[in-house]
Write a protein that binds this ligand. Structure first.
Ligand code: ATP
Ligand code: MG
Length: 285
Protein backbone atom coordinates (compact mmCIF):
# COMPACT_ATOMS: atom_id res chain seq x y z
CA UNK A 1 0.00 0.00 0.00
CA UNK A 2 2.84 2.36 -0.85
CA UNK A 3 0.84 5.08 -2.57
CA UNK A 4 1.85 8.74 -2.44
CA UNK A 5 0.51 10.19 0.80
CA UNK A 6 2.37 13.49 0.45
CA UNK A 7 3.90 15.04 -2.59
CA UNK A 8 5.87 18.20 -3.27
CA UNK A 9 5.88 19.27 -6.90
CA UNK A 10 8.49 21.85 -7.89
CA UNK A 11 8.06 23.65 -4.59
CA UNK A 12 10.01 26.88 -4.18
CA UNK A 13 9.81 29.16 -1.18
CA UNK A 14 11.16 32.63 -0.55
CA UNK A 15 10.97 34.23 2.89
CA UNK A 16 9.82 37.85 3.11
CA UNK A 17 13.43 39.09 3.19
CA UNK A 18 14.08 37.43 -0.17
CA UNK A 19 15.95 34.33 1.14
CA UNK A 20 15.30 31.49 -1.27
CA UNK A 21 14.92 28.59 1.18
CA UNK A 22 13.49 25.98 -1.21
CA UNK A 23 14.23 25.80 -4.89
CA UNK A 24 12.05 23.63 -7.15
CA UNK A 25 11.90 20.62 -4.79
CA UNK A 26 9.95 17.59 -5.93
CA UNK A 27 9.48 14.70 -3.54
CA UNK A 28 6.99 11.89 -3.04
CA UNK A 29 6.47 10.37 0.39
CA UNK A 30 4.83 6.99 0.23
CA UNK A 31 2.27 5.79 2.76
CA UNK A 32 3.68 3.81 5.66
CA UNK A 33 7.31 4.66 4.94
CA UNK A 34 10.03 6.12 7.18
CA UNK A 35 11.82 9.04 5.58
CA UNK A 36 14.87 10.84 7.00
CA UNK A 37 15.59 14.33 5.68
CA UNK A 38 19.23 15.35 5.97
CA UNK A 39 21.14 18.48 5.10
CA UNK A 40 23.47 21.07 6.59
CA UNK A 41 22.20 23.90 8.79
CA UNK A 42 20.14 26.21 6.60
CA UNK A 43 19.63 23.59 3.86
CA UNK A 44 15.84 24.00 4.02
CA UNK A 45 14.64 21.04 6.13
CA UNK A 46 12.45 23.06 8.50
CA UNK A 47 11.11 25.16 5.64
CA UNK A 48 10.16 21.99 3.76
CA UNK A 49 8.43 20.56 6.84
CA UNK A 50 6.41 23.73 7.38
CA UNK A 51 4.95 23.15 3.91
CA UNK A 52 3.76 19.65 4.84
CA UNK A 53 1.09 20.89 7.23
CA UNK A 54 0.34 24.14 5.45
CA UNK A 55 2.06 26.58 7.83
CA UNK A 56 3.96 27.85 4.80
CA UNK A 57 2.50 27.99 1.33
CA UNK A 58 4.80 27.55 -1.68
CA UNK A 59 5.87 30.69 -3.55
CA UNK A 60 5.78 28.42 -6.61
CA UNK A 61 4.82 24.78 -7.09
CA UNK A 62 2.25 22.69 -5.27
CA UNK A 63 1.90 20.37 -2.25
CA UNK A 64 -0.48 17.40 -2.45
CA UNK A 65 -1.92 15.04 0.16
CA UNK A 66 -3.39 11.82 -1.18
CA UNK A 67 -3.30 13.23 -4.69
CA UNK A 68 -5.24 16.42 -3.87
CA UNK A 69 -3.65 19.89 -3.73
CA UNK A 70 -3.64 21.18 -0.14
CA UNK A 71 -6.67 23.25 0.80
CA UNK A 72 -5.45 26.37 2.60
CA UNK A 73 -8.90 27.44 3.83
CA UNK A 74 -9.47 27.45 7.60
CA UNK A 75 -11.39 24.16 7.48
CA UNK A 76 -8.91 22.66 5.02
CA UNK A 77 -5.96 23.44 7.27
CA UNK A 78 -7.77 22.11 10.32
CA UNK A 79 -8.42 18.84 8.52
CA UNK A 80 -4.84 18.72 7.22
CA UNK A 81 -3.39 19.22 10.69
CA UNK A 82 -5.51 16.42 12.14
CA UNK A 83 -3.85 14.11 9.56
CA UNK A 84 -0.32 15.54 9.60
CA UNK A 85 1.10 15.91 13.11
CA UNK A 86 4.14 18.13 13.47
CA UNK A 87 6.78 18.15 16.18
CA UNK A 88 8.64 21.44 15.83
CA UNK A 89 12.38 21.84 16.11
CA UNK A 90 12.03 24.27 18.99
CA UNK A 91 9.66 23.04 21.72
CA UNK A 92 8.96 26.58 22.89
CA UNK A 93 7.20 27.32 19.60
CA UNK A 94 4.81 24.42 20.24
CA UNK A 95 3.92 24.52 23.93
CA UNK A 96 1.53 27.15 25.19
CA UNK A 97 -0.68 25.69 27.94
CA UNK A 98 -0.10 26.00 31.66
CA UNK A 99 0.31 22.32 32.49
CA UNK A 100 1.73 19.32 30.66
CA UNK A 101 -1.62 17.48 30.65
CA UNK A 102 -3.47 20.54 29.36
CA UNK A 103 -0.99 20.96 26.55
CA UNK A 104 -1.16 17.35 25.41
CA UNK A 105 -4.99 17.44 25.71
CA UNK A 106 -5.37 20.45 23.46
CA UNK A 107 -5.21 18.56 20.14
CA UNK A 108 -7.49 15.62 21.05
CA UNK A 109 -10.06 17.97 22.65
CA UNK A 110 -10.05 20.06 19.46
CA UNK A 111 -10.77 16.96 17.41
CA UNK A 112 -14.10 16.83 19.23
CA UNK A 113 -13.39 13.47 20.89
CA UNK A 114 -15.36 12.37 23.92
CA UNK A 115 -13.63 13.43 27.09
CA UNK A 116 -12.92 9.88 28.30
CA UNK A 117 -11.42 8.92 24.92
CA UNK A 118 -9.32 12.08 24.83
CA UNK A 119 -8.14 11.53 28.40
CA UNK A 120 -7.08 7.96 27.62
CA UNK A 121 -5.11 9.08 24.57
CA UNK A 122 -3.38 11.78 26.60
CA UNK A 123 -2.36 9.38 29.37
CA UNK A 124 -1.08 6.84 26.81
CA UNK A 125 0.90 9.50 24.96
CA UNK A 126 2.47 10.78 28.18
CA UNK A 127 3.41 7.22 29.14
CA UNK A 128 4.93 6.61 25.70
CA UNK A 129 7.37 9.49 26.16
CA UNK A 130 8.05 8.82 29.85
CA UNK A 131 6.32 12.00 31.06
CA UNK A 132 3.29 10.56 32.89
CA UNK A 133 4.60 11.64 36.29
CA UNK A 134 5.00 15.21 35.00
CA UNK A 135 1.36 15.53 33.88
CA UNK A 136 0.45 18.21 36.42
CA UNK A 137 3.68 20.17 36.22
CA UNK A 138 3.83 23.63 34.65
CA UNK A 139 5.27 23.46 31.16
CA UNK A 140 7.54 26.47 31.60
CA UNK A 141 9.58 24.78 34.36
CA UNK A 142 10.48 21.72 32.30
CA UNK A 143 13.95 21.07 30.93
CA UNK A 144 14.53 21.32 27.17
CA UNK A 145 14.44 17.54 26.67
CA UNK A 146 11.30 17.21 28.78
CA UNK A 147 9.59 19.93 26.72
CA UNK A 148 10.56 18.07 23.60
CA UNK A 149 8.97 14.89 24.94
CA UNK A 150 5.75 16.76 25.77
CA UNK A 151 5.62 18.06 22.19
CA UNK A 152 5.98 14.51 20.89
CA UNK A 153 3.22 13.34 23.26
CA UNK A 154 0.97 16.15 21.96
CA UNK A 155 1.30 14.82 18.44
CA UNK A 156 0.93 11.15 19.42
CA UNK A 157 -2.30 11.95 21.26
CA UNK A 158 -3.78 13.25 17.98
CA UNK A 159 -3.15 9.86 16.32
CA UNK A 160 -2.41 11.44 12.94
CA UNK A 161 -1.72 9.44 9.75
CA UNK A 162 1.58 11.16 9.21
CA UNK A 163 4.04 12.42 11.82
CA UNK A 164 6.64 14.94 10.86
CA UNK A 165 9.38 15.42 13.45
CA UNK A 166 11.96 18.18 13.10
CA UNK A 167 15.14 16.96 14.85
CA UNK A 168 13.26 15.07 17.58
CA UNK A 169 16.39 13.47 19.06
CA UNK A 170 18.28 16.73 19.54
CA UNK A 171 18.45 17.48 23.26
CA UNK A 172 17.19 14.04 24.36
CA UNK A 173 19.40 11.88 26.56
CA UNK A 174 20.61 8.48 25.29
CA UNK A 175 17.92 6.51 27.17
CA UNK A 176 15.16 8.72 25.80
CA UNK A 177 16.58 8.54 22.27
CA UNK A 178 16.42 4.77 22.53
CA UNK A 179 12.87 4.93 23.86
CA UNK A 180 11.81 7.35 21.14
CA UNK A 181 13.23 4.97 18.55
CA UNK A 182 11.04 2.23 20.04
CA UNK A 183 7.98 4.53 19.94
CA UNK A 184 8.74 5.30 16.29
CA UNK A 185 9.05 1.59 15.53
CA UNK A 186 5.64 0.99 17.11
CA UNK A 187 4.07 3.80 15.08
CA UNK A 188 5.64 2.45 11.91
CA UNK A 189 4.37 -1.07 12.67
CA UNK A 190 0.88 0.42 13.13
CA UNK A 191 1.09 1.82 9.58
CA UNK A 192 1.95 5.45 10.29
CA UNK A 193 3.99 7.46 7.81
CA UNK A 194 6.96 9.10 9.53
CA UNK A 195 9.20 11.91 8.29
CA UNK A 196 12.14 13.05 10.39
CA UNK A 197 14.73 15.79 9.93
CA UNK A 198 18.00 14.81 11.55
CA UNK A 199 21.72 15.46 11.56
CA UNK A 200 22.35 11.93 12.87
CA UNK A 201 23.60 9.91 9.90
CA UNK A 202 23.88 6.71 11.94
CA UNK A 203 20.23 6.98 12.95
CA UNK A 204 19.15 7.75 9.37
CA UNK A 205 21.16 4.79 8.01
CA UNK A 206 19.69 2.34 10.52
CA UNK A 207 16.12 3.61 10.67
CA UNK A 208 14.96 5.07 7.38
CA UNK A 209 13.44 3.35 4.36
CA UNK A 210 14.26 6.43 2.32
CA UNK A 211 16.70 9.27 2.76
CA UNK A 212 16.38 12.76 1.31
CA UNK A 213 19.35 15.12 1.20
CA UNK A 214 18.80 18.86 0.84
CA UNK A 215 21.49 21.33 -0.08
CA UNK A 216 20.89 25.07 -0.29
CA UNK A 217 17.18 24.53 -0.80
CA UNK A 218 17.62 21.97 -3.56
CA UNK A 219 17.03 18.24 -3.44
CA UNK A 220 20.50 16.75 -3.82
CA UNK A 221 19.55 13.08 -3.45
CA UNK A 222 16.66 10.74 -2.63
CA UNK A 223 16.79 6.96 -2.31
CA UNK A 224 17.52 4.14 0.11
CA UNK A 225 20.02 4.94 2.90
CA UNK A 226 22.69 2.66 1.41
CA UNK A 227 22.25 4.15 -2.07
CA UNK A 228 22.29 7.77 -0.97
CA UNK A 229 24.64 7.85 2.01
CA UNK A 230 27.45 5.94 0.28
CA UNK A 231 27.58 8.39 -2.63
CA UNK A 232 30.86 10.34 -2.43
CA UNK A 233 29.21 13.61 -3.44
CA UNK A 234 26.60 13.23 -0.66
CA UNK A 235 29.29 12.29 1.85
CA UNK A 236 31.22 15.37 0.78
CA UNK A 237 28.24 17.66 1.31
CA UNK A 238 27.20 16.11 4.63
CA UNK A 239 30.80 15.95 5.81
CA UNK A 240 30.36 12.45 7.26
CA UNK A 241 29.39 8.84 6.64
CA UNK A 242 27.38 6.41 8.76
CA UNK A 243 29.83 4.60 11.02
CA UNK A 244 28.30 1.13 10.48
CA UNK A 245 28.56 1.56 6.70
CA UNK A 246 32.16 2.70 7.01
CA UNK A 247 33.19 -0.26 9.20
CA UNK A 248 31.39 -2.69 6.87
CA UNK A 249 33.26 -1.26 3.89
CA UNK A 250 36.63 -1.27 5.67
CA UNK A 251 36.15 -4.93 6.61
CA UNK A 252 35.24 -5.83 3.03
CA UNK A 253 38.54 -4.26 1.89
CA UNK A 254 40.44 -6.77 4.04
CA UNK A 255 38.35 -9.65 2.73
CA UNK A 256 35.69 -9.88 5.45
CA UNK A 257 32.31 -9.84 3.74
CA UNK A 258 29.48 -9.21 6.22
CA UNK A 259 26.72 -9.55 3.63
CA UNK A 260 24.04 -12.04 4.60
CA UNK A 261 21.99 -12.94 1.52
CA UNK A 262 22.79 -9.49 0.17
CA UNK A 263 21.75 -7.76 3.40
CA UNK A 264 24.29 -5.44 4.99
CA UNK A 265 24.14 -4.52 8.69
CA UNK A 266 22.54 -1.12 9.29
CA UNK A 267 22.81 -0.67 13.05
CA UNK A 268 25.49 -1.24 15.67
CA UNK A 269 23.68 -4.35 16.93
CA UNK A 270 23.35 -5.84 13.45
CA UNK A 271 27.03 -5.10 12.82
CA UNK A 272 28.13 -6.84 16.02
CA UNK A 273 25.92 -9.85 15.21
CA UNK A 274 27.32 -10.06 11.67
CA UNK A 275 30.90 -9.92 13.00
CA UNK A 276 30.09 -12.61 15.59
CA UNK A 277 28.61 -14.81 12.83
CA UNK A 278 31.79 -14.36 10.77
CA UNK A 279 33.93 -15.29 13.76
CA UNK A 280 31.90 -18.48 14.30
CA UNK A 281 32.32 -19.35 10.61
CA UNK A 282 36.10 -18.86 10.86
CA UNK A 283 36.21 -21.06 13.97
CA UNK A 284 34.34 -23.89 12.28
CA UNK A 285 36.70 -23.96 9.27
N1 ATP B 1 11.81 33.43 8.91
C1 ATP B 1 12.83 33.44 8.07
N2 ATP B 1 13.13 34.57 7.35
C2 ATP B 1 14.17 34.60 6.47
N3 ATP B 1 14.95 33.53 6.22
C3 ATP B 1 14.71 32.41 6.89
C4 ATP B 1 13.65 32.29 7.85
N4 ATP B 1 13.65 31.05 8.36
C5 ATP B 1 14.66 30.41 7.74
N5 ATP B 1 15.30 31.21 6.88
C6 ATP B 1 16.43 30.88 5.97
O1 ATP B 1 15.99 29.86 5.09
C7 ATP B 1 17.04 28.90 4.86
C8 ATP B 1 16.54 27.51 5.24
O2 ATP B 1 16.34 27.47 6.65
P1 ATP B 1 15.75 26.21 7.41
O3 ATP B 1 15.42 26.65 8.78
O4 ATP B 1 14.68 25.63 6.58
O5 ATP B 1 17.03 25.23 7.41
P2 ATP B 1 17.26 23.84 8.15
O6 ATP B 1 17.74 22.88 7.11
O7 ATP B 1 16.06 23.47 8.92
O8 ATP B 1 18.49 24.17 9.11
P3 ATP B 1 18.86 23.60 10.60
O9 ATP B 1 19.62 22.31 10.38
O10 ATP B 1 19.76 24.66 11.16
O11 ATP B 1 17.60 23.44 11.38
C9 ATP B 1 18.24 29.39 5.65
O12 ATP B 1 19.06 30.11 4.79
C10 ATP B 1 17.63 30.28 6.72
O13 ATP B 1 18.54 31.30 7.10
MG1 MG C 1 15.70 23.18 10.92
Amino acid sequence: MNDAILKLEDVSYRYADGTRALDACSLTIRRGTRTAVLGANGAGKTTMFLHLNGILRPSAGQVYREGMPLDYSRGGLRNLRSKVGMVFQNPDSQLFSASVREDVSFGPMNLGLEEAVARKRVEEALLAVGMAEFADRPVHNLSYGQKKRVCIAGVLAMQPEIVVLDEPMAGLDAVMQEELTTVLERLHAAGMTIVIATHDLDFAYGWADEVVVLQSGRLLAHGTPAEVLMRPEVQGKLGATPLVAEITRSLSLIGIDLRDNGYLPRSKNELLKAIAAQTRQEDSL
